[in-house]
Ligand binder design. Sequence first.
Ligand code: ADP
Ligand code: MG
Length: 238
Amino acid sequence: MISATEITKVFGKNTVLKNISTTINKGEVVAIIGPSGSGKSTFLRCLNLLEEPTSGEIAIKDVKMTNKNKLEIRKNIGMVFQQFNLFPHMTVLENVTYAPRKVKNIPNDRAHEIAKELLAKVGLTDKEDAYPNRLSGGQKQRVAIARALAMEPEIMLFDEPTSALDPEMVKEVLDVMKDLANTGMTMVIVTHEMNFAKEVADRVMFLDDGVLMEEGEPEEFFNNPSTDRAQDFLSKVL
Ligand code: ADP
Ligand code: MG
């Protein structure tokens, strides 16, 4: 579904991604973990060319992503950010129907139908007409997930989707993500929620200082990390 080949990213004098290669299969759930500043967000953003790699290439379903085709390919990739990024002047329902109507030219009625189904799935049917500033963080993030899903993407990218939430709201968002994983969605998730990664991810990628130090099954990675860096990181977060 996604292949990243020898991705390097340089900002000024900083090489923040160093020759990262990986392949993500259809239906796979991959958790990206690592210390702050290790390049997790930059790598995730490279996967849909929100950040252009300095060298290396990304292919989605065997099609190489370029500046020419990236907008088209991105329609197939949903993204959810730490800071929700909802449109503040639109209701929940308008937030969720906007892109399908404008980008995919889906008729109003159909867009509403899809949006209502998705809002039911994330447990927000009663909030359709609310504006974002009336929602809790957990509710906002569930709207953001519904909004991304409304484009019917085959891939979902998440960048620390629960890091801005009060602790009591983390679970409701992780539960929605878990349901989504169970539907077979291909997901790449930058997260500090180690229990979630253990339970839901098929694979963990551990980044440190721009290097993909380790990747493997969660069970193996968490119980038996092979590098000192990963051992050190896990000793601090577990
Ligand atoms: P993480 O998500 O793991 O915390 P990031 O990918 O955000 O790490 O950042 C990796 C490194 O790249 C950091 O040193 C950060 O300061 C730097 N960086 C990220 N984005 C930019 C940018 N737009 N310009 C310059 N440096 C950046
Ligand atoms: Mg980050």
